[in-house]
Each structure stands twice: as structure tokens, then as C-alpha cells.
Design a protein around this ligand. Sequence first.
Ligand SMILES: *[C@@H]1O[C@H](CO)[C@@H](O)[C@H](O)[C@H]1NC(C)=O
Ligand SMILES: *[C@@H]1O[C@H](CO)[C@@H](O)[C@H](O)[C@H]1NC(C)=O
Ligand SMILES: *[C@@H]1O[C@H](CO)[C@@H](O)[C@H](O)[C@H]1NC(C)=O
Ligand SMILES: *[C@@H]1O[C@H](CO)[C@@H](O)[C@H](O)[C@H]1NC(C)=O
Ligand SMILES: *[C@@H]1O[C@H](CO)[C@@H](O)[C@H](O)[C@H]1NC(C)=O
Ligand SMILES: *[C@@H]1O[C@H](CO)[C@@H](O)[C@H](O)[C@H]1NC(C)=O
Ligand SMILES: *[C@@H]1O[C@H](CO)[C@@H](O)[C@H](O)[C@H]1NC(C)=O
Length: 820
Amino acid sequence: MASHCFFVLLLSFTLFASITESRNHTRLFFHPKKSSPLPNASPPLPSTPSPIPPKYTYVCNSERFAELGLDMSSFAFCDKSLSYDVRAKDLIDRMTLTEKVTQLGDKAYGVPRLGLPMYEWWSEALHGVSDVGPGTHFNASLPHATSFPTVILTTASFNESLWKAIGEVVSTEARAMFNLGYAGLTYWSPNINVVRDPRWGRITETPGEDPYVVGRYAVNYVKGLQDVVGSETTEDLNSRPLKVAASCKHYVAYDVDNWQGIDRYHFDARVTEQDMIETFQRPFEMCVKDGDVSSVMCSYNKVNGIPACADHKLLTETIREKWDLHGYIVADCDSIEVMFHGHKWTATEQDAVAQALKAGLDLDCGIYYTNFTEPAVRSGKAREDDVDKALMNLYRVLMRLGFFDGSPAYSSLGIDDVCATTSIELAAEAAKEGIVLLKNNNSVLPLNSNKYKNLAVVGPHANATHVMIGNYALEKGGTPCRYVSPIDGLSNFAKVNYQMGCANVACKDETFIYAGVEAAKLADATIIFAGIDLSIEAESLDRTNLLLPGYQTEMILEIANAATTPVVLVIFSAGGVDISFAKNHPNINSIIWAGFPGAEGGLAIADVIFGHYNPGGRLPITWYEADYVDKLPMTSMPLRPIDELGYPGRTYKFFNGSTVYPFGYGLSYTKFIYLVKSAQRSLDKKLLPRQQCRQMNYMPDTYKPSCQSINVEDDSCDDVINFEIKVFNVGQYDGSNVLIVYSSPPQGLLKVPIKQVVGFQRVYVRARKSKTVKFSLNACKSLSLVDEAGNTLMPLGNHTITIGDGDEAVSFPVRVKFNF
Ligand SMILES: *[C@@H]1O[C@H](CO)[C@@H](O)[C@H](O)[C@H]1NC(C)=O
Ligand SMILES: *[C@@H]1O[C@H](CO)[C@@H](O)[C@H](O)[C@H]1NC(C)=O
Ligand SMILES: *[C@@H]1O[C@H](CO)[C@@H](O)[C@H](O)[C@H]1NC(C)=O
Ligand SMILES: *[C@@H]1O[C@H](CO)[C@@H](O)[C@H](O)[C@H]1NC(C)=O
Ligand SMILES: *[C@@H]1O[C@H](CO)[C@@H](O)[C@H](O)[C@H]1NC(C)=O
Ligand SMILES: *[C@@H]1O[C@H](CO)[C@@H](O)[C@H](O)[C@H]1NC(C)=O
Ligand SMILES: *[C@@H]1O[C@H](CO)[C@@H](O)[C@H](O)[C@H]1NC(C)=O
């Protein structure tokens, strides 16, 4: 969403842009240098539309209609005995074209003469109800909401039930706030763009670099937000009730914000069909097909020359037809304007609006649809039918949300359901589950509070509060239920001597280092809180390097060199940081990555350090070495290495160089051992009569079978690979272990992933006990590769299934044969 940092953008424009404050957010409007006359025929907007007053909470309430001087029984759209389709059509058919177009922006003006109130579509709930969108606000009467860790840390838990549980709490708080008049019902979350490059400013919002993990996060979080208990299996998905509506964003190939002057409003992502299917679209496909999300948001950037929000193939043919979306497609804020002014895609505003409508865009976050659709229809550029179709998609969702009829299941939710004790505890639990232990030389952690009574706590994040909640949080007046800073959390276990170490994250000089060193010399142990924040990685701000800023490294080294007692380094960041110096430093005994841990972060970190929680999180992204960013520009989209240009591959699937810490890395205070207890090691795939064999690319001198692969899209493949892994906890501590399952293709194939995640589970195993974990993988999904044309092919031969990474990994082959 366009909500921050437009100053960077302004400089890169030959146009000038102005920032207009609307009710609760900053919105971007571009204006041509010479004020070009607005196309005529755009009638003035209706004045001050009113939302539903909180005393009614839903539209079809006869007293409400009576108060407006209307008779509800004369409006079929309020007749509950009719289907949503019939009711939505009735409503749309009653509107004039002028009335219709004013419903197509995030601020839908409503139609007073029909008893239809105003509705603000834009609310956000990335990791807690947020006040970034104008649909939600906080004030002195309701100032708080639960603030969970940012998504990259929550993802590191690799715990699907946690992801869903967070969605459930967030939607409960959202419903309570809706009832009280503070919030909407439509939330433009989650952000499920795959992290392709370590410099990207929005990594904190996302579930990391693996498309399958990102997709599973999306499915679980969306179900947590949307699903109404008891109606998950409603047959007609167009009438399936919704708790709140989620939106998976930003579709698609969107992960350049602003890098070396190239920004998302001008960037044209050149993407191969292979990367599109294999990486960029995969999480969106899962979100729609497996999560049944009720909305997808298209992105600012162009994809292969066409703005994403104007692309009929990407929107209508893919999301709506191929994946069968039940819901609406919305444009990222002011995207239609960006098409016109940024990408210079069309000659007029009307053309931009007409293209977007034709492509299948239902809702504009912005004012372009509202202002320019009527003239576009009148001049024959756009069709009123397309307007009606868009409105159908919008009203169906509002009806499913109970906007018209109410939602008895949630009508009793109120202020006590916001910041409930169990919700605050879940936020702390999420941080604990996500925290990743990166180094623990000689098992210095956990610290025993009987022995470590005096701590030096040093560094720019030691007293962190709002830094912990990241972005898309509480920014305009709302605050978390409470904060537990690192020094608060550690004070529960020991006496804390706090020193800043650096004035702030930028750490421009050495002024505060000396006091930190002196504190460390006197302490039983030193905990250093270093890292980055939104001044380094943020929306509209990509990183230029992977190092700690300013003098932070010096600060850490001086403390480590002076200390004679244990030193623990805690890193706050979303993207990876090259801390090789600390990884290899004998006096830095332990390193913890805490992401941006949410409002309860300090409590979670202290519980981990003092052994009240045994960490089990795993990195959801590769931590590259610093020189990685010198090897390829951020704007190069391919995931595979480009040998001619010397570009290395991207993500653990295609990067074979050394790393600071690899994807999936994470230690525990205990030790786990895996054993393959049982496994299905072959798959005899019976081919359909007309199923064709497809060619694969083999390395020279490799044996090439006659039937090399089959296209798994040709049949509905329900073959499964079953196996059981026994997990032994052979150490001293109870703890959770994440089993990450990878498949690797048969040897000899060219340009294929080194390996790919096909499943994962997090299990809790007591010390000296074991647990058997069952997996049942869809064979076609798990053993397939995407070819250059975008076909999903399952190759013949011996695939490998591997559980875990490095020394602890176990694996077994799966032999794929075809029977004719
Ligand atoms: C949209 O229309 C309103 C009312 O006519 C006007 O105030 C506003 O400037 C217009 N915005 C754009 C971007 O055309
Ligand atoms: C806070 O907002 C609510 C909902 O909009 C409103 O009813 C209430 O009067 C406001 N309270 C204060 C103190 O502004
Ligand atoms: C920590 O920061 C808070 C504000 O966020 C401030 O009130 C408090 O005094 C700080 N604590 C110390 C020990 O400096
Ligand atoms: C681990 O600690 C030992 C001393 O106990 C030290 O020799 C070694 O260098 C340390 N290793 C790392 C990677 O810090
Ligand atoms: C790693 O990938 C690069 C880039 O494609 C390639 O040139 C190199 O041979 C690979 N190295 C190994 C050990 O596979
Ligand atoms: C996964 O998350 C759920 C919900 O918070 C929690 O109850 C469970 O203990 C977690 N599982 C593991 C293995 O940590
Ligand atoms: C797969 O492995 C089996 C033995 O496990 C071997 O006989 C067979 O030749 C292998 N197939 C291929 C295509 O490499």
C-alpha cells in the first residue's frame, strides 16, 4: 500500500506529486505539471456519505430504513429468502450509472435513496488489527489492539496451527471493533510476495523465500481471518459466510520497492513463464484454491510490459477463471493513477480506467474508478456490464460478511474481546515459537538465573518498544495492549545495567560504546541488542547492503573483546544481516535472531535466554554474505543463475554458494535425531490413454529415458507418498523441532532446483522421548518441476526426499515409473 515515504518517489518524477491527507492516512495523488482539464461529465461526488451508525451494525434493519423515511420491504436486496446473487443484482439494477461508479473506490459512497450506507473497504490486519487503512481507527475510548510479531518471525515457527490461531484472534478483535464502529470488515492482508532478493524493504511483512511455505502461511492466516466455525464446508462458495474478508497481495512479481532510484511505480518486472508459475504465482494460487480467499490485490509494477492491474490474462483468465476466485480483485492504492502517470500506459485517465475494468479489476483503492468510469462508459471506452460485474463481486462479499443481514455469531463481541489475556499470551507465544537460535557455542544458553544475577544489556534495540511491532501496525493513535521491552523482560530474571551502546540504529559515532564496554566488564553476562529497523528496510525503501549500520559492528566487537563473561548477541531484522564476524568470534557465545517480535518481544526473548522456552524457529530466508548484492542487480527477476552475466541463483533452491546461515537453519537447547521409520519408495504412475510424454533437458552424457516426464496438469493426480519419521529428543531439554521436507529431482536434469520444500511440521518432543511424525504428500505436486513453457512436469527416475538439513538430515529415494 502506498502509505509512507513518498519523498523518495517525488524526486524521481518529472511530474510533481502532492500528498493529500485524507481522514486517517496519507494518500498519493499525482498531478500533471500543467493542470490538464479534468475530463468533463464527471459529476460532483455526493457529499459526506454516512456509514451505518453503530447502533444498527447492518444494512437491512427495518428501523434503520424507517429512520431514513424508507420502507425496507420494498427493497428485494433486503429479502433474506432470496439468494445473494438475486439480492446483489436487485441492488445494482436499482442504481443509476452515476450511483454505480461511486461504489467502485475504497470509499464506496452508498446510495441514500436506497438506504445503502457508505462503506470504507480499506482496512489492514497484517499481524494484528492496524490503523493504516482509513477503515479502522483507534481513539481514547478504544486505544489498543493485540500486536503480533511481524510475519517473517511468525513464519519462522513453521507452525501452521499458530498461523491460523493468530488469524482467529485478529478477526475476533476486528469483529469486535466493527461492532463498536471502529473498523471495517474487509482487510487487505496478508502480503504473500515471495522474497526473491535480500535487499527488499518489505521482507518483514512476508512469509519468506519459499513459495510453498509462503502459500501455506497464506492459507492458514486467511482461514483464521475468514472462516466461520461450522460453515467451512458450505457448498456454494459464493455464499459461504465470512468472519472478515482477507486479501492476498500484491499480485504479482512485486518485490522491488525503491532500489537505486528504480521504484515500484515505474518498474517493469521481466519474468519468465517458468518463474511465474513456479515462484511468483504459486502462493497466490494456493491462497485462492486452498484458502478460498475472498480477495486478491494486484500490484503497482508492470509485468512484462503490462501494469499488473490492467492485465486480463493475469486477472480474469488466471485468478478468476483458472483459480476460480470467489471474491473481488482490488488495486493497490492509486494503482490506476500509477498506470496513467507512472507507467504512462494510457493516453487518458478514462483509458486507464477502461483497461482496468476490462482486465477484471473490481475495486480501485483510490478515486480513479469513481471519477473516470462514468465518462469512460459514456464515451464507449468501458462497458456498463463490466461495472455491474464488478459490483456483483463486491456485494456478494459484503453479503457473506453479514454487512446486510448482521452476523449473530459475532454480534456480542465487544471491547472485552480486544486485548484479551489469551490474545496477549498468543502474541508472546508466537514470538517464542519464531525466535531462531543461530549460535550457541559450548551451550552457554540457557542462562541460569541463580548464576547470572547481573546483566549488562547494551545496544540500540535494548529498550525497543515500537520498533518491535514493525510496519502495518498501530501507527496513527492505536498502541499495543502493552509493551514488554527487552530490558523489561530481562529484568524479570536478573538485575539489568542498561547502556545504549549506540545513540540509535544508525550508530553514527562511538560516543556510547565505552560505557557499554565498561558495563560488560562488570557483568555476569552481556546481552547485546543490535540490528536494523524501518529506517533501513521498509516499504518504498530497499536496502543497499547487508551489513549492520554505522558503528554497530565496532560496538559489538569492542564489548566482545573486553568481556570475560558470556556475550549473547540478539539481532532485530527482517532481512538477513551478514554477521560472519560474530558467528566466528570466540567471545560471542550465542546469537539469537528475534525478527521484529511484536509487543511482547522482550518477554519472549528473556524466556528464551533464561531457558523458560527452548527455541525451535528456523530461518524462512537465506542469510547471504554481504558481497551477494554486488553480484547482481535487484531488478534482475530470474531465480536461476545467469551464467553469461555472472549472476548467482536466488533462494536456497538456486543459490549454491556459501551463506552466513542457510534457509531452514535454527538450533535448539536439546538435540534431535531423525529416523525414517517407514517410507513408500516407488510410484507406479498409470498413464491416461492420451497422456503424452514430455521432453526434459538433460546434461550431456546423461541416460535419457524414452518417456522422460508427464504433464501432471493432464489429470487430477491424487497419488500420495506416505512416510513416517521418528524424531528422538536425545538431549536434556523438552523442545519443539521443525521437520522440513524437501524433494530433489533425479540427477542429470538441467536448470532444476537444487531442492524444494514440499512439506513441514513442527512437533514437541520431551527430553529422552520420541515421536512419530506422519507425512502424506501429493506425489504430483511434490515431485514436479516447472519447465520453461510453464508446464508442470513429473520426471521419470529416482527422486530424493530429504528431511532436515545438514548433518541431521535423513533421506530416501522415490522411484517414479510410468505404466502405459
Ligand atoms: C475526483 O473528483 C473530485 C470531485 O469532482 C475532485 O475533487 C478530485 O480532484 C478528483 N480527483 C482526481 C484525481 O481526478
Ligand atoms: C471513538 O470512536 C468511536 C467510534 O467511532 C466513537 O463512537 C467515540 O465517540 C469516539 N470516542 C472518542 C473519545 O473520541
Ligand atoms: C525505555 O524507553 C521508554 C520509552 O519507550 C522510556 O520511557 C524509558 O525511560 C526507557 N528506559 C530506559 C531505562 O531508558
Ligand atoms: C567456541 O568456543 C571455544 C572456546 O570454548 C573457542 O575456541 C571457539 O573458537 C569458539 N567457536 C566459535 C565459532 O565461536
Ligand atoms: C554453482 O552455480 C554457478 C552458477 O550457475 C555455477 O557456475 C557453478 O558451477 C555451481 N557450483 C557448483 C559447485 O555446483
Ligand atoms: C503450534 O502452535 C500452537 C498454537 O499456538 C501451539 O499450541 C503448539 O504448541 C505449537 N506447536 C509446537 C510444536 O510448538
Ligand atoms: C533408480 O534406482 C534403481 C535402484 O534403486 C536403479 O536400478 C535404477 O536404474 C535407477 N533409475 C534411474 C533412472 O536412475
